[in-house]
Design a protein around this ligand. Structure first.
Ligand SMILES: *Cc1c(COP(=O)(O)O)cnc(C)c1O
Length: 375
């Protein structure tokens, strides 16, 4: 496969989505070459001296093309993993040492906290779980500060630049879990973060059919260490899934535009019903996250929450929708909803997370109106 073109850094994000990581146009060749399915590759006599691929766990051209694309979008060098948690685990195990202090969001993705508590218990870490809206977060002695904005599922937003400055002053590295906004919704590296980590199983792929994750950084030494972690732990993505991810990336911008516009309509509908106690979406001018989100984000996306009075009403709402399917995960073409407390998120039992998809807004609004009318 031809190496990806260098053009992509200069293009607008939506254009980058379409072109990033693709080979230089060559007569008779496809736009995005198919997946190179390989465990082993033919070797030269002295593989250690060559630049060719030697084994699938060490490297794959389809995965590298995807990494060129995601790296261009994030503004750093990307490494792709088999899932978002594989990327988060690689980051934590590469950066943290015994007895370190690590700061994580108390209101963000709960599996990250679970991984630290259960899988890394032997490291005797001090895990400081802080609210995303904490005005004076305690970063003293921290090795790593993980931010998540908008946080899933609180939908609170924090100021990446201000918190990165604060963490750097304390001597910490800053990683932003950028899953919810995706690289075209928010650019943490440009805002001062050292690392972007994300699940690409959500909006980035957007078809609810791939598990993937990535880490991007501008620090070449950290990139090298993370690559070593991936090669030794075997947390690789399959070439087919890497290809599917690259193919899906092409429509990310179009999908997010549609999802954001649909979310605005859904929020207006939800706000019109007394049974919905609170709606959170950073793109709504009435939301406490809005002023900061407007400055920091380029697109708001389709993820929002609606708080019903109790678990029963919330479940009845989800069950009463016809187009909005009950499912966990978010960012896909299909609108979905789930009640977060059932998974162990420390939230109100009536809190429903809604991922607004790419349907026509009118149909979604009618579906939601009908489900609420039946409560
Ligand atoms: C889903 C998610 C993850 C984990 O990603 P997987 O691909 O499911 O392993 C991490 N962080 C956030 C914010 C997520 O929403």
């Amino acid at each position: 496969m031809t190496e990806p073109s260098l053009l992509e850094n200069k293009l607008a994000p939506g254009t980058q989505c379409v072109h990033a990581g693709q080979p230089v146009p060559t007569i008779g060749q496809p736009f995005l070459p198919g997946p190179v399915l390989a465990a082993a590759y033919h070797l030269t006599g002295e593989p250690a001296l060559g630049t060719a691929d030697i084994y699938g766990r060490n490297g794959n051209p389809t995965t590298r093309a995807l990494e060129a694309a995601i790296g261009a979008l994030d503004g750093g060098r990307a490494l792709v993993f088999g899932s978002g948690m594989a990327a988060i685990a690689a980051l934590l195990t590469t950066v943290l040492r015994r007895g370190d202090v690590v700061v994580v969001p108390a209101d963000g993705y709960f599996v990250t906290r679970k991984y630290l508590a259960e899988q890394l218990a032997a490291l005797d870490l001090e895990v400081r779980a802080l609210s995303t809206t904490d005005p004076e977060p305690d970063y003293a002695d921290a090795r790593l500060v993980v931010l998540e904005t908008p946080a899933n599922p609180s939908m609170d937003v924090c100021d990446i630049r201000a918190l990165a400055d604060r963490a750097h002053a304390a001597g910490a590295l800053v990683a932003v879990d950028n899953t919810t906004p995706s690289p075209i919704g928010q650019q943490p590296l440009a805002l001062g973060a050292d690392i972007v980590v994300a699940s690409d199983s959500k909006a980035l792929t957007g078809h609810s059919d791939v598990l993937a994750g990535h880490i991007s950084t501008r620090d070449d030494e950290l990139h090298r260490k993370l690559l070593r972690t991936r090669t030794l732990s075997g947390n690789v993505i399959s070439p087919f899934d890497a290809w599917l991810t690259h193919r899906s990336l092409g429509t990310l911008s179009v999908r997010l535009d549609r999802q954001s516009a649909n979310a605005a309509s859904v929020v207006e509908e939800l706000l019109g019903h007394g049974v919905v106690r609170q709606v959170r979406w950073p793109g709504h001018p009435g939301d406490p996250s809005y002023p900061l989100a407007r400055r920091q984000m380029r697109r708001f996306g389709g993820l929002l929450t609606a708080r019903f009075p109790d678990a029963e009403t919330a479940d009845a709402f989800i069950g009463g929708c016809r187009l909005v399917h009950a499912a966990t995960s978010f960012g896909g073409l299909h609108s979905t909803a789930d009640r977060r407390a059932q998974w162990g998120d420390p939230v109100d039992p009536g809190l429903v997370r809604i991922s607004v998809g790419c349907e026509e807004p009118r149909d979604l609004v009618i579906d939601i109106r009908t489900a609420i009318a039946r409560l």
